[in-house]
Ligand binder design. Structure first.
Ligand code: SF4
Ligand code: SF4
Ligand SMILES: [Zn+2]
Length: 435
């Protein structure tokens, strides 16, 4: 294969995680790859963009810069070894994951947190309060993602949310497999009343064979019940499919149609093409899913209802991290694409924060609404979003992209750690940061 190199960056060796130079190059097939060489472990290449070079360059609409973190630590060892937001980091951040437990009601063959059996006790309420305070002191409030493990394993979850609200945080996204929401009457109501803004529901498709492959259990009926319970409780739902080639990449259109049919209870779909970190029983294929391929599938599988040109790349983060489109559901049942929101308008993180909170959150928090509140709620409920994030793993990690990461894990010792650094694992499973 002959290569045309067009850019240089830095990455890590997937075997030993040392920092090595990397090239971006166009291969004979016309697609964009990352190529790199470790002096000890040899050469590696990973597909970055299953689309052409011009398409790759045009996708980059986020200017970057002007959004540095409020508080940083010294950069000593070099990226990605100085996390806890060092002085080289280029994003103030928008969302923060709080890992409330390592316990989980599932033991999925695919899990970035490798959750299931708890290796350490859950953080206490006092420790969580300290995390909230740390985040406030480091530029908060941020949008909080209640995460794990499975956060609903904790009976004190409503208290954790109330504690965060008291400390000034306004948006709480529950990252959940939905089992407890489905099986426990009143659970969605209690969480909504405590101040949970939306449920980010693991929802990989409409076939039980998909759940068997990714979750080890037939779960479709449970997922449908979780959605019904959230709808009854007024807790907005975003469906979050992990997309794996050969498993459910052909279900994209079905998932989108299902989500639209369940709007406004379901506010949107957030795709996560699978990354090969954490516990991943699936081997990384040569043709891993990249943004252009997912967008082509969306267009083809929805029969052109949702089209490639409706989508733009990330703005607060690197454009190559994510994609999104927003639609308005008209009263006659048609779907109208809203203007693409590109680069400049969300490179201030408070705006990214409000954007995330506005498109997915519950309005009003149970308080009486006046006419204008009702208008806003209705406007919000008519918006349907389709988005996705392509997490980086040791094969395709681009340190330039990582330095602009706006999603952090709250670590009690290190402070906010960029998600893709926190979850980075070598081929043998050794983690850079995660316990
Ligand atoms: S990812 Fe950000 S915080 Fe971590 S070492 Fe690199 S620049 Fe510093
Ligand atoms: S979590 Fe990973 S993919 Fe998402 S913004 Fe951060 S670096 Fe990019
Ligand atoms: Zn190496």
């Amino acid at each position: 294969m002959s290569w045309r190199v067009f850019a240089e960056t830095e990455s890590v060796c997937p075997v030993c995680l040392r920092v090595i130079a990397a090239e971006k190059a166009v291969g004979e097939d016309g697609y964009v790859y990352m190529r790199k060489r470790c002096p000890e472990h040899g050469e590696f290449s990973a597909l970055l963009w299953e689309g052409d070079f011009v398409d790759y360059l045009l996708w980059n609409t986020a200017p970057g810069g002007g959004n540095e973190p409020a508080v940083t630590s010294a950069a000593e060892k070099g990226c990605p070894y100085d996390c806890g937001l060092c002085e080289r980091h280029e994003s103030a951040g928008c969302c923060v994951l709080l890992e409330l437990t390592e316990r989980c009601s599932l033991g999925c063959p695919v899990c970035f947190a490798s959750a299931g059996e708890a290796r350490r006790p859950d953080p206490t309420l006092g420790e969580i309060a300290a995390l909230y305070d740390m985040l406030m002191a480091r530029g908060g409030p941020f949008n909080i993602q209640l995460s794990g493990g499975e956060p609903t394993m904790r009976d004190d979850l409503p208290e954790i949310v109330r504690l965060g609200r008291e400390r000034g945080f306004g948006f709480f996204q529950l990252n959940t497999n939905g089992l407890r929401l489905a099986d426990e009457p009143g659970c969605a109501e209690t969480l909504r009343a405590a101040g949970v803004s939306c449920a980010f529901l693991q929802f990989d498709g409409l076939r039980d064979s998909t759940y068997m492959a990714l979750r080890g259990r037939a779960l479709l009926e449970t997922k449908l019940r979780a959605i019904d319970r959230c709808a009854a409780a007024g807790l907005p739902v975003v469906l979050v499919p992990t997309l794996a080639p050969g498993v459910n990449a052909d279900e994209i259109g079905e998932i989108l149609r299902f989500a639209l049919a369940h709007a406004p209870a379901v506010r949107g779909v957030h795709f996560q093409p699978i990354s090969y970190f954490g516990r991943c029983a699936l081997p990384a294929p040569e043709r891993r899913l990249t943004i252009p391929r997912v967008l082509r599938e969306i267009e083809a599988q929805t029969g052109g209802l949702m089209r490639r040109e409706h989508f733009a790349g990330g703005g607060a983060e690197s454009s190559y991290c994510s994609f999104h489109a927003s639609y308005r559901r008209e009263s006659d049942g048609t779907l109208r694409a809203l203007p693409r929101r590109t680069g400049g308008c969300c490179c201030k993180s408070s705006e990214a924060r409000d954007f995330v909170a506005g498109r997915w959150g519950a309005c009003g928090d149970g308080e009486p609404e006046d006419g204008f509140d009702a208008f806003l709620r209705e406007a919000n409920e008519r918006v349907f979003t389709v988005s996705g994030m392509v997490f980086q793993d040791a094969d395709n990690l681009d340190l330039e992209r990582l330095r602009r990461c706006y999603i952090n894990e709250a670590d009690p010792e290190r402070g906010p750690v960029p998600f893709c650094a926190y979850n980075l694992t070598a081929r043998d499973g050794r983690a850079l940061y995660r316990g």
